[in-house]
Write a protein of this length. Structure first.
Lengths: 181, 455
């Protein structure tokens, strides 16, 4: 998991509005249990399998286990639909570190943090019209600022509540062990 | 200050005993039940077992309360897919190991054979949970399924979560709500015409709110046309709150719901109600008498159209799922199909074993539902038999799933999602509508307003 204060660099995979959890991981892979290492890896191979980005780009190339993209950049309502935690798990398994979106569907948003798979950050600027798939990005987690190297533009991200950051860092299992047991 | 029913349930379940809920605040909540099924359960069990192991390592004693988890087989049941079948055994082994009281599962090693599924199997979680009296007013019911909001029909707070939340909740009895939701009121006033069903009301409110507009909010449904709905129709109304990104949907329990829960409930309960001065972030209002049969066009439940404006030809009709396979859903379809023939392949898929059994006894004009469907050419589309209850093709499933849309086609369906690829093929076009609208469309072979077939 990426610690706060660090700089994350990587390429962007840009998608649009209302990307649902069926888009992120098809229902047929819902049978895979992300708590089992081999099935977790398998989920990564199928992350956004049928979702072609701009120019037909794929998050994970066929035959690959992981993605060349560390950022998914989305519009409104990312993760709408099923409660399947296989969705953030698949993105995490594929090597995606952060999804930046205008908004997130409630269950996806909580799942991504509590499972400790990857981070979700909101941005008030509509980023899909600012960025292209393949753009090199830099994210300063401490300052919550995203930079596009191609244009030099910077975008402030909403600072998440501190409790959410805590959950992202330790995951809900560790949170429960420390606070509830 | 006045509180909504949702705020009262949340406040009464806070670990630190809050008297009020401030929208946006971080909550730790005590839960009354935790439901998982064969799709989300194995990972939840993996999380629960990890938590138990870690706790033991750190010298902390803990065990699972036998009455807390509810384990259900329903998603991928009748299939030869090995991993899917093994998932039922994972749930069964966990239930036996921890002596769990509520396990509604396919029998061990049943091998995907409906004849060997065993007596514990019930069918679709959101329908069987109601039949078993596990949803009670004032309770906090956590389920590893987004349509857990269906519990709101009974005045319970149904919180859809992922597998990590569910696994932790099964062990600790607790869940974190990162952002306490505000409430939005969605009122349907006046009298609903007989050709308008809860599914139509759903499509109207998703159109109003949009598929992203409910974020960080609870939908409270209200008004005469809501309270006059049967419990099953209220379930359909609440079920799809998640499609508008609501955290959940809820209805204040009326006397019929309270009576139902008193008779069926597994334990005593304390209903709560919204105060007259409760605060709502927004209010949406409809005059129910003006509603018309509606459909959702591909590929979003928010892609609203009136059935009467549609003329698309369909290849298949699918009547099933938690929003279309309950007793009253199938009765509505049977009334439409009585004495008429379908002109496209039509799948009638009961949600639960109880619905399956009722189709052999429940009658309309002297014929059982099974007879009506058989004579109309409906039933399971191909074999002419009564389909086995479960989620089946609602969410695609393994390729051998009954009714799965395995090639590009146009389907008119009573299910709750029409995302691209939801029922199988990403090239398929899925339209959503009420059981009445889908049955009328099955007769016509095109999307049809049920008023086209009046008696």
């Amino acid at each position: 998991m990426l610690a706060s204060g660090k700089i994350l660099r990587g390429k962007a995979f840009v998608v649009g509005d209302d990307v649902n959890t069926d888009d992120v991981i098809e229902a047929q892979y819902g049978k895979l249990d992300f708590t089992k290492p081999d099935q977790y890896t398998e989920l990564g191979r199928h992350a956004m399998e049928r979702y072609a980005g701009a120019g037909g780009a794929r998050l994970v190339e066929p035959g690959q286990d992981t993605s060349q993209y560390r950022f998914v950049i989305a519009g409104r309502n990312f993760g709408i639909g099923s409660s399947r935690e296989q969705a953030p798990a698949a993105l995490g398994a594929a090597g995606v570190k952060v999804v930046v979106a205008g908004s997130f569907a409630p269950i996806y948003f909580k799942n991504s943090a509590k499972g400790g798979f990857l981070k979700s950050r909101r941005c008030k600027v509509y980023l899909p019209s600012e960025m292209q798939t393949g753009d090199e990005l830099e994210l300063d987690m401490g300052a919550s600022v995203l930079i596009t190297k191609r244009t030099g533009k910077t975008y402030p991200l909403e600072k998440p509540p501190k409790e959410l950051e805590l959950l992202e860092e330790m995951g809900l299992v560790e949170y429960a062990l420390r606070n509830w047991m | 200050m006045g509180m909504t029913i949702a705020e009262k349930i949340l406040a009464s379940h806070t670990v630190d005993g809050k008297k009020e809920i401030e929208p946006g605040e971080f909550l730790e909540l005590k839960v009354d039940r935790v439901m998982v099924h064969d799709f989300t359960g194995p990972a939840a069990i993996g999380v629960a077992e990890k938590l138990l192991r870690e706790a033991e390592k750190r010298g902390k004693k803990c065990s699972i309360s036998p009455e807390l988890p509810v384990l259900i087989s329903d998603h991928y049941v009748i299939t030869q897919d090995g991993i899917s079948l093994a998932n039922h055994d994972t749930l069964g082994d966990f239930a036996r190991k921890h002596g769990l009281q509520y396990a509604y599962l396919a029998a061990k090693d049943f091998g995907g054979d409906p004849a060997k599924v065993g007596p514990s199997y019930r069918g679709v979680c959101h329908a069987m949970t109601a039949e078993e009296g596990l949803w009670l007013p004032g309770e906090l019911f956590v389920g590893a399924d987004s349509h857990t909001d269906t519990a709101g029909a009974f005045g319970a707070y149904g919180l859809g979560v992922g597998s990590t939340d569910a696994g932790v909740a099964m062990v600790t009895g607790r869940v974190v709500e990162v952002v306490a939701p505000a409430s939005v009121k969605i009122a349907f006033k006046g009298k609903r015409p007989p050709y308008v069903m809860a599914k139509d009301m759903v499509l109207y409110y998703i159109r109003d709110v949009t598929v992203s507009g409910g974020n960080d909010c609870v939908a409270e449904f209200d008004g005469g046309a809501v309270q006059s709905l049967s419990p099953e129709e209220k379930m359909t109304l609440c079920n799809m709150a998640t499609e508008a990104a609501f955290v959940t949907g809820i209805i204040q329990p009326n006397s019929r719901i309270l009576k139902f829960c008193s008779e069926k409930g597994k334990r005593p309960f304390r209903p709560v109600f919204s105060d007259p001065d409760a605060k709502y972030l927004r209010v949406y209002e409809h005059d129910a008498s003006q509603l018309e049969p509606a459909v959702a066009k591909p590929h979003s439940p928010g892609n609203f159209a009136l059935a009467r404006d549609m003329d698309a030809a369909i290849d298949r009709a699918y009547i099933g799922s938690c929003t279309g396979g309950k007793k009253e859903d199938l009765l509505a379809a049977a009334k439409m199909l009585y004495g008429r023939n379908v002109s496209v392949e039509t799948f009638i898929v009961p949600a639960t074993m109880a619905v399956y059994d009722a189709m052999k006894t429940l009658a309309y004009r002297g014929k059982t539902l099974e007879e009506i469907f058989r004579e109309s050419g409906a039933l399971d589309g191909t074999s002419g038999e009564l389909a086995f209850p479960g989620c089946q093709a609602c969410l695609g499933g393994p390729v051998d799933t009954l009714g799965r849309v395995n090639h590009p086609m146009t389907v008119m369906s009573t299910t709750n999602r029409n995302f691209r690829g939801r029922m199988g093929s990403p090239e398929a076009r899925i339209y959503l509508g009420s059981p009445l609208t889908v049955a009328a469309s099955a007769i016509a072979g095109r999307i049809t307003d049920p008023r086209a077939y009046t008696r």
